[in-house]
Design a protein around this ligand. Structure first.
Ligand code: GLV
Ligand code: MN
Ligand code: MN
Length: 438
């Protein structure tokens, strides 16, 4: 296990005297800052990547799949081994709790998710979830008692649209329970499959003020930290995301006998829609992004003009009003496409993640934890969605990023180095301890 213990009694500048016996790597720069057991954490990460392993070297562990369930069993077992008292809520989120010394205090909550996108990688979500367990285990082994109770959380179905965390924040609408997830199950079926209870989904809700602090460690999923050779990103805010299912209706007809000027080709209109979305989103300055990531034609035969096409539309920005404005612009351009080709567009809202700024005090506390460990930092926005943005509705929230090599994510090629993962987890440990002092 190669654990190194710091036997000194001099309290660190920020970690203070609460840490009598934490494992640390002794450096000349700083002898006090506590660190997690990186070797163990990276072993757990490797072991978790076996569940849903895909041939490209990543994982396809979509929410509610058999692989998701097995992966969750594995992390549940890690939580128990870390001395946590485990429960699953009605939305199938897994919580592991450790009591604090002051029963009147609300818990510090930290964690992430372990479900993946189809053909995903081994780091998105997994790093934060396993690091949270590692932090609890490190504290347990060092007999450090925090004042606040600690709760480690593994959220359910993050990738499908923050379903588990939005159930907790009260942002999940009953209509969304019949949305179909990538596993093929509806949200309701999936939640039940994982041991939750779709009929009692509102039981998962927590009230504003019920959580003292929420922290999440995550890979950056973009290339800023890697390019600038920095250790730690401190998230300023998380983008808002809106997704729609777009149905284009034309007229199904024979591909051999229908002249080219007499067609109402739904797929052709959808193709023009895809191009138009890209043009509209790029037409103004800013960090907004728009994507059509899925497109299907019906009936889907080479000799049939498609009568129907269904695609997704996703818009993201830190400003919710900008997302709405872009959507209206896309809608009116789509109407023009439809009028010119005798096709129609309909939109069904799939879900919304509201933009969320992180808490300035938590940002400072993460910065102090990183500086105590002598890591380089920068503040940055998150272009990816995270459970943290749902929980920001209830509690002061902060997120810690570590570099993604080459800025690649949602891909089997996603990679973060074991050293960066260990650094991120140690910053999480430090941030939890500083949050405990608030
Ligand atoms: C989650 O990873 C998202 O940003 O879609
Ligand atoms: Mn994620
Ligand atoms: Mn993701």
């Amino acid at each position: 296990m190669n654990r190194r213990r710091f036997a000194g009694t001099v309290a660190g500048a920020v970690f203070g005297a609460v840490l009598p016996d934490l494992p640390v790597r002794v450096t000349t720069a700083n002898r006090q800052a506590p660190r997690v057991n990186g070797e163990r954490l990276n072993t757990h990460l490797r072991e978790l990547s076996a569940f849903g392993a895909n041939p490209q070297g990543g994982v396809s562990r979509v929410a509610y799949s058999d692989a998701d369930r097995s992966g969750r069993d594995y992390v549940t077992q890690l939580m128990r081994a870390a001395g946590l008292e485990v429960r699953t809520d009605a939305a199938a989120n897994i919580y592991g709790r450790r009591a604090g010394t002051d029963a009147s205090l609300k818990p510090i909550l930290f964690g992430s998710h372990i479900d993946s996108v189809p053909d995903g990688g081994n780091y998105d979500g997994d790093v934060g979830a396993l690091a949270a367990i590692e932090v609890a285990q490190t504290l347990g082994e060092s007999s450090v008692r925090t004042r606040h109770p600690l709760e480690v959380v593994v959220w359910s179905n993050e990738e499908g649209g923050l379903y588990g965390s939005r159930a907790v924040s009260g942002q999940l609408s009953p209509a969304e329970m019949s949305n179909r997830a990538w596993s093929g199950k509806t949200i309701a079926e999936g939640v039940n499959f994982l041991g939750g209870s779709s009929d009692r989904i509102t039981d998962a809700r927590r009230a504003r003020g019920d959580i003292a602090t929420y922290l999440e460690l995550h890979i950056e999923q973009g290339g800023i930290l890697d390019r600038e050779k920095l250790n730690i990103g401190i998230v300023e805010g998380i983008v808002g995301i809106k997704q729609w299912e777009v149905t284009v209706t034309g007229f199904q007809n024979h591909a051999g006998t229908t002249p080219m000027d007499q067609r109402h080709d739904a797929l052709l209109s959808a193709a023009r829609f895809v191009d138009m979305v890209n043009r509209v989103v790029r037409a103004e300055p800013g960090r907004q992004v728009g994507t059509v990531g899925r497109l299907q034609a019906f009936p889907g035969a080479p000799n049939v003009i498609p009568g129907r096409a269904v695609c997704s539309l996703e818009l993201r920005d830190l400003d919710a009003a900008k997302i709405d404005r872009l959507f209206e612009a896309i809608r009116s351009e789509a109407q023009r496409i439809g009028e010119a080709s005798g096709t129609g567009f309909e939109y069904r809202s799939l879900h919304e993640n509201v933009p969320a700024p992180s808490d300035p005090v938590i940002r400072e506390l993460i910065e102090s934890a990183a500086k105590e460990l002598t890591y380089t930092t920068r503040h940055m926005p998150s272009g990816a969605g995270h459970d943290a943005q749902a929980i920001a509705q209830l509690a002061p929230m902060g997120m810690i990023f570590i570099p993604s090599v080459g800025g690649i994510s949602h891909s089997p090629k996603e990679f973060s180095t074991p050293e960066d993962i260990t650094r991120g987890a140690s910053v999480l440990l430090g941030a939890v301890l500083l949050a405990d002092k608030r």
